[in-house]
Design a protein. Structure first.
Length: 362
């Protein structure tokens, strides 16, 4: 306790809060927060590291959660966090401020010791507690994720955080690119006959099997295809009964490889269910890269959309080669092409064959 109080004293003595150049902002949770006008030192919590990387502000990071250093997270390789591949060679040099993970608080002493100007997070419930315990300004970002993804929330987050970090031009660049991709996807498919699609095994706070899906799934919306899960009238991540999947009997099934091993296990035990699906019988089952891995992978979502479009509307996407498109998107968001590394851990963009003993990906 004495050490903790001493750290608080040091923080207050040397904190930018004692400088004159402070500004008051309203964060994306509606909280008024006093922060330094110029931000040089950041701690990123609850998966917000990806936004720091997207905005090319990684050099400002002075503390991260322990989970951002792990090579395996919840049984899956951390390559499922596409942004992790962009920082894996640098991340060990950044101090850990606690274990991290959904809903986990940082270690307050460790957080104070790295002397950040601000802490950024998606979790509003913990923000005020962290701020009151440490005296460090905490900024809450808008999370567009499994409870219902909205691309406009992503763009607003880029704009807001870009202003805070002095990366306004980079935020504008990303927002333009996102808009161009969404408009391109919609334009290519606006007059096409709508096919029915089911996306299964989507991760949400862990890996799940075939019954895990997402209603109002953005890639399917952008492509103007019929997401059968939308018939539930819900938004975001949901679990579906297998009988409902059989009733929908979609034209195409896509499996998120974050849960591929669970689908394989289920197939071994319940072959009859899969054999009844039209998509399985007609060879129209494919794999996608993980949509969510410690929150939503925006760059993966865009690349997945182009792959789905290529599969279900081949004539509309005959000029698109998924591997090249992935390279373009990854380089735009992460500064490097991570496709081969990503595919070494997750067999995305393959065709699934249902053999007698297991699934195979080609």
């Amino acid at each position: 306790m004495r050490k903790f109080l001493f750290l608080i004293f040091l923080l207050l003595c040397f904190s930018p809060a004692h400088a004159k150049d402070m500004i008051k902002i309203t964060d994306m949770a509606g909280r008024e927060v006093l922060i330094p006008k110029k931000i040089e030192r950041i701690v990123a919590l609850s998966g917000s590291v990806r936004y720091v990387i997207y905005l090319q502000a990684f050099d400002k990071l002075v503390g991260i959660e322990g989970v951002e250093k792990q090579r395996v997270m919840r049984g899956n390789p951390s390559t499922g966090k596409a942004y992790w591949l962009a920082i894996k060679d640098k991340v060990e040099k950044i101090p850990s401020i606690g274990e991290g993970g959904p809903g986990k608080l940082p270690d307050f002493e460790k957080l104070i010791s790295v002397r950040p100007d601000i802490v950024i997070t998606f979790e509003v419930d913990n923000a005020q507690l962290i701020q009151s315990k440490t005296g460090i300004p905490v900024i809450v970002l808008k999370y567009a994720g499994t409870e219902g993804f909205r691309i406009e929330d992503i763009k607003h987050t880029f704009s807001f955080l870009g202003r805070v970090l002095g990366r306004e031009k980079r935020a504008e660049e990303l927002n333009r690119f996102i808009s161009q991709c969404v408009e391109d996807l919609s334009r290519r498919t606006s007059k096409s006959k709508r096919v029915s699609v089911y996306v299964g095994a989507i991760s949400a706070r862990g890996s799940h099997g075939i019954t895990s899906t997402e209603a109002d799934y953005p890639p399917l919306k952008w492509l103007n295809v019929r997401n059968v899960a939308d018939e539930t009238g819900k938004r975001g991540h949901i679990f579906i009964d297998k009988e409902m999947i059989l009733r929908w009997n979609p034209d195409y099934v896509f499996i998120d490889t974050g849960g591929l091993s669970l689908v394989n296990e289920d197939y071994i035990k319940n072959r009859e269910f899969y054999k009844k699906l039209k998509a399985v019988a007609q060879g129209k089952v494919y794999t996608l890269f993980p949509n969510n891995f410690y929150r939503t992978n925006l760059e993966i979502m865009i690349v997945n959309a182009y792959f789905i479009g290529k599969v279900v509307y081949p004539q509309n996407f005959k000029d698109v080669e998924p591997r090249k498109k992935a390279k373009e998107v990854f380089e735009k968001f992460l500064g490097r092409d991570i496709y081969d590394e990503l595919r070494s851990g997750f067999k995305g963009y393959g065709k699934v064959e249902f053999k007698d003993t297991r699934l195979t990906i080609h």
